[in-house]
Design a protein around this ligand. Structure first.
Ligand SMILES: [Zn+2]
Length: 197
């Protein structure tokens, strides 16, 4: 199945299998990519208001453009300036923004660390997350190794491996397969929250 460079603006799928209730199921991928590319193309020329952006994109602004813009803002590739214009984050700014996950279950894992009983899901989800935001394997490995140490996860034990590096290396297939992270993050976060409670 081919994979796509941009996520579906509604369900975030990056292949042709959308969620059952996705608004864009059946929309040709060329249209999705065109909407993203055209928004990013305009914003690459500098910050601009949403009104000007709507006029500047190729063709009429439609619900696909609106959804793609929302997705870009939600995924922190585009932000609003204090003056109310829309601005593309530089690659360095974007990396800094996404290095610390902000979505609920991932944030729980990231902040509290993992506990025995959910290590697999927790590490799986972080590796898959960093892959999904475009980090290289080396960067992903470095971030997750650092998280294992700094979050206290490694100190809590429950691993068969002899070092954080070895643990992350055992999850390389997760990176290679570009799995989704949401399901495993939810499961790990539920275990972590119970253990905190
Ligand atoms: Zn979709």
């Amino acid at each position: 199945m081919p994979r796509f460079r941009y996520p579906c603006p509604d369900c975030r799928s990056t292949n042709s299998l959308h969620d059952p209730d996705c608004r864009f199921d059946g929309t040709p991928w060329e249209d999705v990519e065109r909407a993203y590319a055209s928004i990013l193309g305009v914003l690459a020329g500098g910050a601009t208001t949403e009104g000007r952006l709507r006029e500047a994109v190729d063709g009429p602004w439609d619900r696909l453009h609106s959804a793609a813009l929302s997705r870009l803002r939600h995924d922190q590739r585009v932000r609003e300036t204090p003056g109310g214009a829309l601005e593309l984050l530089s690659p360095a700014e974007y990396r800094e923004e996404v290095a610390v996950p902000t979505e609920e279950s991932l944030r729980t894992i990231y902040e509290h660390g993992s506990v025995p009983g959910c290590h697999d899901h927790a590490i799986f989800s972080l590796v898959a997350y960093y892959r999904s935001v475009g980090f290289s394997w080396a960067e992903t490995r470095e971030r997750v190794v650092e998280w294992l140490r700094e979050s206290g996860t490694w100190a809590r034990g429950g691993f068969e491996e002899s070092s954080p590096e070895e643990i992350v290396d055992s999850k390389r297939h997760v990176y290679a397969q570009a799995y989704g992270w949401r399901q495993s993050a939810r499961e790990a976060a539920a275990v972590i929250e119970r253990s905190l409670g």
